[in-house]
Ligand binder design. Structure first.
Ligand SMILES: O=C(O)CCC(=O)C(=O)O
Length: 287
């Protein structure tokens, strides 16, 4: 990984793709945790008598969709507090990802922002089609409450790097991300509330949508992008679940602009605050 290239692409386009960055060991660790969680969902459904079989023979890519077929109202669309599992540590605290983030943020004090999510994007489910937005639009919507740190912080002033990693191949057909390169420089757009998500106003997206590109990628790839970049997650038109994880890092000297404080990923000033093992991560909670 050439950090100069990473920085140049991020500055110019608003994103960069780190191909094949994650080791098989890290991917296996995440996958094992999710397979355990899917198994637990199967047992819960069986306990409720709402399921005849556990679909234990279905592959990871299909099992969750089989479990909740015809029962989508109950299907879990995102995992967040659940993610304090040992197997997630290698992903959220991956040294190579943190090296890139440190270069992009230009600071050695880095917080894992309190917004980390695994998304099982179900087939043909409008609730998992993520509409055009900037992550900053969600922060600005104020729906998360603020901490008491810096009342003068503005969303535009937040120094943040977003991360997205596929856990199965992500293609246009199963709902890969789309980006509009360069839009991290156009300022905060107007976000309007829709049924499931916020969406950039039709007038603001209309002039830019023609420049949208598909971000097709594979497990092991890591996408870094600006919290100001226009992006969306396409609908999943296949019969498999499009599993992915998205998380964010922030200059730890700044407010989270949420009631949660996140967790320290790197620090020279207070190294004792850094989450330094998988066991420690599993002992912490979403906060
Ligand atoms: O995974 C998706 O489809 C969308 C994710 C997203 O919008 C994000 O990570 O900000």
């Amino acid at each position: 990984m050439n950090l100069d290239v990473v920085e140049q692409q991020f500055e110019e386009q608003g994103y960069t793709i780190l191909s094949g960055l994650l080791s098989q060991r890290v991917l296996n660790g995440v996958r094992a945790e999710l397979e355990r969680w899917v198994e637990a969902q199967a047992l819960l459904l069986q306990g409720d008598n709402s399921l005849g079989e556990g679909f234990a023979d279905e592959p990871f890519e299909r099992r969750l969709a089989c479990l909740f077929a015809g029962n989508m109202a109950r299907a879990p669309k995102s995992l967040r507090p659940e993610l304090h599992w040992e197997g997630m540590y290698g992903l959220f605290f991956c040294p190579a990802v943190l090296d890139a983030v440190e270069r992009l943020l230009g600071v050695a004090e880095i917080r894992l922002y309190p917004n980390y999510t695994v998304r099982p994007k179900f087939p043909d489910d409008p609730a998992t089609e993520v509409l055009w937005h900037q992550d900053a639009g969600y922060t600005a919507s104020g729906q998360h409450g603020r901490d008491d740190g810096s009342p003068n912080d503005t969303v535009e002033a937040l120094r943040m790097v977003n991360v997205w990693a596929p856990l199965v191949p992500a293609r246009r057909a199963n709902g890969c991300m789309q980006f509009v390169p360069g839009t991290h420089r156009v300022g905060l757009a107007t976000h309007e509330r829709r049924e499931h998500y916020l969406e950039i106003s039709a007038a603001e997206i209309a002039t830019r949508e023609a420049d949208a590109i598909d971000i097709e990628c594979d497990p092991g790839d890591v996408i870094l992008f600006s919290n100001m970049l226009y992006h969306r997650g396409l609908p999943n038109g296949t019969d498999e679940v499009r599993w992915s994880c998205d998380w964010r890092y922030q200059d730890a000297g700044q407010s989270t602009m949420r009631s949660e404080r996140g967790h320290i990923a790197r620090s020279q000033l207070a190294p004792e605050m850094v989450v330094s093992s998988a066991l420690q991560w599993a002992s912490l909670s979403f906060q």
